[in-house]
Structure formats: C-alpha cells, structure tokens
Design a binder for this molecule. Structure first.
Ligand code: PMV
Length: 389
C-alpha cells in the first residue's frame, strides 16, 4: 500500500525561557523522543479522513486541519487520507509534541503531494508552489483560500514535478508548523518549537542576529498584541558524551499563566527587568560554552539560569525537589519551559544515575542524547499519493 512516514523530534529549552519574551536569546535542544506521522489514502467508501482508525475530528486536531487546508485541499479533489500518529513525547508538557506533530505531518503531506517547479532546478525561487522564508508571494497564515501554496503569475507555471523526500523542504515545514501552531493557539506562538522540531540539533531564538552562530531566517507573526519578529539561528552540537535527563513533575501549568505572572511582576517592579537581562547574559554565555564544547560551563550556566528563574517566581517546590535530586550527578539542572510545574532538565554524563535520582524524588524521566536530528522522512513508497494537476 502506498504510504509515507515522517518523524520530527521534541525539544527542551536549555536557556532563556521567559527572557525570550522580552527579546533576549533562548536556546532549545532537540531530543531523541519523536512523533511519527504515517499517511496513506483512506480506503473507506465514505469521504471521511481517518485519524488512528477513527473519523478525523478537526476540532480535536486543529494543527492537522490547518495543514490539510494548505497542502491537501478537498476543494481540489485531493483524496481523503488516513493518518496514524505514533509518539513518545508526552503531550502538554513543554516538550514540543504539537510542533513535532505539525512538522512531521507537513513533511508527510508535501512528500505525498509532491511539488511543481517552474524550471529544472529545485530551489524556492523556482517553486511553482510552496512556502519558504525566501519567497513572499504565498501566504502561509491565510486560512481562507483553497490552495494557498500555489504561487501567483508566471511563478505558478507548472513545468517539472518532484515528489517524495525530494519535494520536502525543512524551512517550509518549519514555516507551516509555526503558522498552524499560531492558529491553534489563538494567534500567539513563538517559532522556537516549530524551528527546533524541524532543524533538530540546537536552535537559538533572539530578537537580533547573534554573533558567532549561524543565522537561518527571520520569522514574523501578527499576534493579537501586534507584529513580532524573531531571528532564528542553528548550532550543531560539538562531539559530546553528555545526555539530557528530563524530569516531569506531572503538574500541568499553562504557559500563558506563567508568562502573565512574569509580566505583572515586571509591571509592578520595573527595576526587576535586571533579572530578565541577567537571564539574557547567562544565555549568551551558555551559547559560547556550547560552541566551545565546554559542557561543564554549559551546566553551570543552566544552574545559574535556574536561580534567576526561581527569583522571578516561575519555579515550584516540585521542580526544585527534582532539580536538587539531579544536582549531585549532573553538570547542571533547571526547569525547562514555562515552569510552575511541567518539566526540569539536567545535563549529565551519568544519565542512569541522574534519572534514578529524579525518579526517587517523584519525577517521571526521559533520557535523551544532546541535540537529536531534525525532521526525517522514514518511509516513502511510491509517491505521490495525489497530483494537483
Ligand atoms: O513550555 P514551552 O515550551 O511552551 O516554553 C515556554 C517558553 C516561554 O519563554 C515561557 C514562553 C515563550 O513564548 O517563549
């Protein structure tokens, strides 16, 4: 049976959460745990899409619905699909599960649909359809048109067709995933998760182009609070023998509430912006240590970052207890993500010992290597599944 399987990693934040909201750099690392998305043509006689064997409910899966509109519109007679999702990233725990799903699904859909080019060379400038940070005449954010991915005018000429993994573009998947995350989250989403789950390894987000690391692209989003712009950089982790151990408190603490808490603390005490600036300085130092492969210093910067997160009020007794348990066997440990609950992360050369210590303190753990690979096409049999003729 014709099918395509794509996978994308989850992520955790190594430095800079909360400070990134105020323009400072934040660093995310891709983890080994991935979401896999398999698509094939639905076999049922009804014209229903299927998800894990059940009729697809767009309300339950807004990310998939938004991708379907962009890449697989029924208005163009694209046949209904059957999707299977398999994943090892716990949902709603700040580990990027929804972005990983969106990235993997956008890659699978693009591989299945293929791409028309207006010339022989496969580069964004020559695409007759698609989204890219290098082209501006398609609108990834518009949810209204039947086929937003088709470019206008002469560029919409279809000359050469490519399919399968040849048609997949990491930047396009990151862009699509960011747009659909924003739709699913009421117009607010930083590109941190979508970019890290697409590119893998290490991603640095900032409001300016940072020195000494590879700048990839700018991302803009019109949020309910106005336009925001981020600069995305990637860093390949130097050879290392370090691991991440993520400890989950199991406590659900919505990101929006934690961000609001910090905002009101700063409104009442503007002088405390110093603490946010200090997190920015720690992040920059952490990035330098990462580039030097000096993981002892990376760990120290993580622990210093934790002290500041504690000071701005986003840690919790449960997080503190897991962090303390991890400390003796790790290079550094801190909460990861919005805090208030959710997860902590430790950098360690002894993942078994660190994981056992965190589990003894009541956390559920995940062990990962440092900076896993990004988006991958795992299986591609006989693509395309449909051609937009
Ligand atoms: O837990 P996550 O992955 O949603 O991370 C939140 C990071 C914050 O800096 C607290 C918020 C943000 O939008 O960057």
């Amino acid at each position: 049976m014709q099918h395509i399987t794509a996978s994308a990693p989850g992520k955790c934040i190594l430095f800079g959460e909360h400070a990134v909201v105020y323009g400072h750099p934040a660093v995310a690392v891709a983890i080994d745990q991935r979401i896999k998305v398999k698509i094939e043509i639905a076999t049922s006689s009804t014209h229903n899409w299927k998800l894990d064997g059940l009729v697809f409910d767009p309300k339950k899966h807004p990310h998939i619905e938004a991708l379907k509109r962009r890449l697989w519109p029924s208005s163009l007679n694209a046949p209904p699909l059957s999707i299977s999702i398999d994943g090892k990233i716990p949902a709603a725990s700040g580990l990027g599960s929804s972005a990983a799903l969106s990235v993997a699904a956008s890659a699978a859909l693009r591989a299945a649909r293929g791409r028309w080019l207006n010339g022989s060379v496969n580069s964004p400038e020559n695409w007759a359809e698609g989204f890219s940070s290098k082209i501006s005449d398609t609108d990834v954010h518009s949810d209204n048109q039947p086929n937003d991915s088709l470019r206008s005018g002469d560029l919409g000429q279809k000359k050469r067709f490519i399919a399968g993994s040849n048609a997949v573009d990491i930047d396009e998947c990151a862009l699509l995933a960011h747009a659909v995350e924003a739709i699913a989250q009421g117009g607010r989403a930083s590109p941190m998760d979508s970019s890290t789950c697409s590119h893998g390894h290490i991603v640095v987000l900032s409001d300016r182009i940072e020195d000494g690391i590879e700048w990839q692209y700018s991302r803009k989003l019109i949020t309910p609070e106005g336009e925001r712009e981020w600069q995305i950089h990637t860093v390949k982790p130097p050879e290392n023998d370090v691991f991440l151990v993520i400890g989950n408190t199991g406590i659900h603490a919505p990101t929006s509430k934690q961000v609001e808490k910090v905002a009101s603390m700063l409104k009442n005490n503007p002088e405390r912006m110093k603490e946010i600036e200090t997190i920015g300085l720690i992040s920059r130092r952490g990035i330098k240590s990462l580039l030097n492969g000096d993981y002892e210093s990376v760990g120290r910067a993580m622990s210093e970052n934790q002290l500041m997160l504690q000071s701005i009020g986003v840690s919790s007794p449960e997080l503190e207890s897991l962090i303390q348990a991890a400390a003796p066997s790790s290079l550094g440990a801190k909460l990861t993500g919005a805090g208030g609950g959710g997860c902590m992360v430790a950098l360690t050369r002894n993942p078994k010992k660190t994981s056992e210590a965190i589990e003894l303190a009541g956390g559920r753990t995940i062990i990962s290597s440092f900076g896993a690979s990004g988006l991958m096409i795992e299986e591609d049999t006989d693509t395309p599944l449909w051609i937009n003729t």
